[in-house]
Ligand binder design. Structure first.
Ligand code: BEZ
Length: 221
């Protein structure tokens, strides 16, 4: 099975991109990274996605996340299409604020399990699905999401999960359903009450449930 699992070291691949040839780990440096693939340049949903990503790229930068896109088209197509993407954003004079990888031979797409067998090009070869990989400063995979070509992603949700990943990398907490920054977080199940009292000076509240088990522990960070 091709692909990469949470916690695996992300491959230090070399690739041609719109900013030249890169080695992925050098590109990331000590930053977080978000590699996101799309099926094809000059297609409608992909254009809205990259435009949306470009629009809020400063929010990724603020979080110390370097973005890089990928598809199976070549660098020249990526460069030309980038102009359409920025024009779609009514920012025709501004360059796309992140590079795009040209994975024409589908080497990365195959290695990382990004191909969508239901979406094929004119030669009958699978295109890349809408994959998102978030990589930590330790170069390990922190999150992966895979959408089919027919469903565009929500980039505000990607910012939200990055906020959660960065918080939970530092503190012994987990973020509940629909959490957003500023909301209460949950104390990890493997943290004892005594340790929680020391770790969370804002206090820990426990929600009572019929089982009587005290596992729903909240704190404010
Ligand atoms: C799109 O980006 O609109 C798209 C690309 C490939 C298949 C379906 C939709």
């Amino acid at each position: 099975m091709p692909g990469i699992l949470l916690g695996d070291e992300f491959p230090n691949f070399e690739a041609d991109t719109t900013i030249g040839r890169i080695k992925f780990h050098d590109f990331l440096g000590s930053s977080w990274g978000m590699l996101f693939s799309h099926p094809k340049d000059f297609t409608p949903v992909c254009t809205t996605e990259l435009a949306c990503a470009a629009n809020i790229s400063d929010k990724f930068t603020k979080r110390g996340v370097k973005m890089i896109a990928l598809s199976v088209d070549n660098v020249e197509d990526h460069r030309n299409w980038s102009k359409d993407v920025m024009a779609f954003n009514s920012q025709a004079a501004t360059p796309l604020p992140f590079p795009i990888i040209a994975d024409g031979k589908r080497e990365l797409a195959t290695q990382l399990g990004m191909l969508d067998p239901d979406e094929i090009d004119k030669d009958g070869i699978p295109l890349t699905a809408r994959c998102v990989f978030v990589v930590g400063p330790d170069k390990r995979l922190k999150l992966s999401i895979l959408y089919p070509a027919t469903t565009g992603r929500n980039f505000d949700e990607l910012l939200r999960v990055i906020d959660s990943l960065q918080l939970t990398a530092q503190k012994k907490v987990a973020t509940p359903a629909d959490w957003k920054p500023g909301d209460k977080v949950m104390v990890l199940p493997n943290v004892s009450d005594a340790e929680a009292a020391k770790l969370f000076p804002n206090g820990v509240t426990t929600k009572e449930v019929p089982s009587g088990k005290k596992y729903l522990r909240y704190t404010k960070i």
